[in-house]
Ligand binder design. Structure first.
Ligand code: CTP
Ligand code: CA
Length: 227
């Protein structure tokens, strides 16, 4: 095992990872968000750091602690996350794990919106957020390896593959997040690795183990590309 004895195959490599949800304000006290614990993204950042990478983790609001050995940038909104990711380039690898809110409120209120007795609820006008993975995947300073996730509740392989192509990623880890799987918010994950080489079904394992396996794959692939 090449990794035995604390080998650092990612020494001298830079990585940028996103994790957690984003919170998009409606007003100073309310927001819209996706569900995300941050467990998988944080575990990936930590695993890359253990292999010697210089890791910047851009995290939305989560309740779990910052991983050790990682430079953590805390953000709230998708636009802040995008700005922090772009500021971390150039990098050798980008792993976009965050559950970015697809929409933000077009003009968030500066003051708390008050309920008005007898009036209809306020309509929310939404605007589309930047697609951070797609931006990185097509960037002039594109990392050598760009990895994304695809959270799906149906047609996991097909939806994952179309995200691979649309976003300019090298790998998509697609997972079924239907409520019945119990994946969402839990400590385990079952992913399908989608790449130009085909699909590879990984068995269900701890999010930590998914992170280790992905970090090892990234190290091997960066190495292979330099042969
Ligand atoms: N992603 C991103 N920025 C966004 C939306 C998604 O960086 N604004 C990234 C996620 O971090 C993930 C990948 O894109 O790595 C796929 O996210 P997902 O929500 O599954 O895909 P979407 O393209 O947003 O499509 P949809 O939600 O409609 O399935
Ligand atoms: Ca989405």
């Amino acid at each position: 095992n090449l990794l035995a004895g604390g080998a650092k195959p990612l020494a001298g490599r830079k990585a940028v990872v996103t994790s957690g949800p984003t919170h998009e304000p409606i007003d100073p006290v309310r927001y819209i968000a996706n569900r995300s614990s941050g467990k998988q993204g944080h575990a990936i950042a930590a695993a890359l750091a253990r292999l010697g990478a210089d890791v910047t983790l851009v995290s939305g609001p989560v309740t779990i602690p910052d991983p050790t050995g990682v430079n953590v940038i805390h953000v709230e909104r998708a636009e802040e996350m995008r700005d922090a990711v772009l500021a971390a380039l150039p990098a050798d690898v980008a792993v976009m794990v965050a559950a970015v809110a697809d929409w933000r409120v077009a003009s968030a209120a500066g003051n708390k919106i008050k309920k008005k007795p007898g009036e209809a609820p306020p309509p929310l006008q939404l605007a589309e957020n930047p697609d951070i993975l797609k931006t990185v995947g097509h960037h002039a300073n594109r990392p050598k390896l760009v990895v994304g996730f695809a959270a799906e509740t149906e047609n996991v392989a097909d939806n994952g593959r179309s995200k691979l192509e649309r976003k300019g990623a090298d790998y998509i880890l697609a997972n079924d997040v239907s409520p019945a799987t119990g994946i969402m918010g839990g400590d385990r994950n079952r992913v399908k690795l989608i790449s130009a080489d085909g699909n590879d079904d990984w068995p269900e394992m701890d999010k930590e183990a998914v992170a280790e396996k992905l970090a090892a794959l990234i190290a091997a692939e960066l190495e292979r590309r330099e042969q």
